[in-house]
Design a protein around this ligand. Structure first.
Ligand code: AMP
Length: 254
């Protein structure tokens, strides 16, 4: 039975009791509009933990663009069904006021990697991400937390935060889940028109096939993408590009 928890106080009571009883908690934080990428994280958490907690919270502080926040997809009924199918024990589903009692006066800030790649185009984005993940970790008190390599920069920053603040949580990375045509699954894919959706897999194809970032950038430009960056780092190639209003990101090992 999946139980939906809307308050921080109730979730803290539950996690504290579970911790006391020595029951291992696996945690999957998300912004909802769940797809097979999220489902892969949940399945992994299900096999490795006694209790699985999923959070669904569209975290306003990580959106630098008000329109992107307003248009972020929400599919609550389908999300609930997916959670039930995957035997999630608890869904933490809080409102903004529950999570930000201080009005976001206190933040977790990293000042190196968070300024690069997506951080350049999205000022404050990773402050919002790290701050909400720190809050969620303190509410859910998991032993393990699952993050997708699709958001590789986010994964690295969370690993760094866990190390810097001596958090006793194992961060488990999960490889990117793709559509058959190679497009990385993303909640934002729902916002693509059918024409844009047909073009979107070119991102993965082009970054995989190009010899260098400038070559990939040029090919993407020629096919009508508005490229934010193509950069090689950490033995991987990272890309962010717009199709219309929708910003898509991807990364592959090189
Ligand atoms: P989001 O709801 O987009 O914030 O994502 C929640 C978690 O799911 C993050 O750890 C993401 O990296 C992960 N995730 C999203 N899409 C994918 C995907 N296609 N493959 C693997 N993990 C994903």
């Amino acid at each position: 039975m999946t139980k939906v928890i809307e308050t921080v106080a109730e979730m803290r009571q539950i996690s504290s009791a579970l911790n006391k009883a020595g029951r291992q908690i696996g945690f999957v934080p998300t912004m909802g509009a769940l797809h097979q990428g999220h489902e892969t994280l949940l399945r992994r958490a299900r096999t490795e933990n006694e209790i699985v907690v999923l959070s669904i919270f569209v975290n306003q502080t990580q959106f630098n663009n008000a329109d992107d926040f307003a248009k972020y997809p929400s599919t609550w009924q389908a999300d609930l069904a997916l959670a039930q199918k995957n035997q999630v024990d608890y869904i933490l589903y809080p409102k903004y006021a529950e999570m930000y009692t201080d009005g976001y006066k206190y933040r977790v800030i990293e000042n190196e990697l968070s300024q690069l790649l997506c951080g350049k185009d999205r000022p404050g984005h990773f402050d919002g991400v790290l701050s909400v993940v720190m809050k969620l970790f303190n509410i859910v008190c998991p032993q393990k937390a699952y993050f997708g390599e699709k958001d590789f920069q986010q994964l690295q920053l969370i690993r760094g935060m866990v190390e810097s603040f001596f958090l006793n949580i194992e961060i488990v990375p999960v490889p990117t889940v793709r559509e058959k045509d190679g497009l990385a699954m993303s909640s934002r894919n729902m916002r693509l028109t059918s024409e844009q959706r047909a073009k979107a897999p070119r991102i993965h194809q082009i970054i995989t096939a190009s010899a260098s970032p400038p070559e990939a950038r040029e090919k993407l430009n020629n096919e009508g993408f508005v490229v934010d960056y193509v950069t090689d780092m950490f033995n991987r190639r990272f890309v962010a590009a717009y199709l219309g209003e929708v910003r898509l990101i991807d990364n592959v090992q090189i």
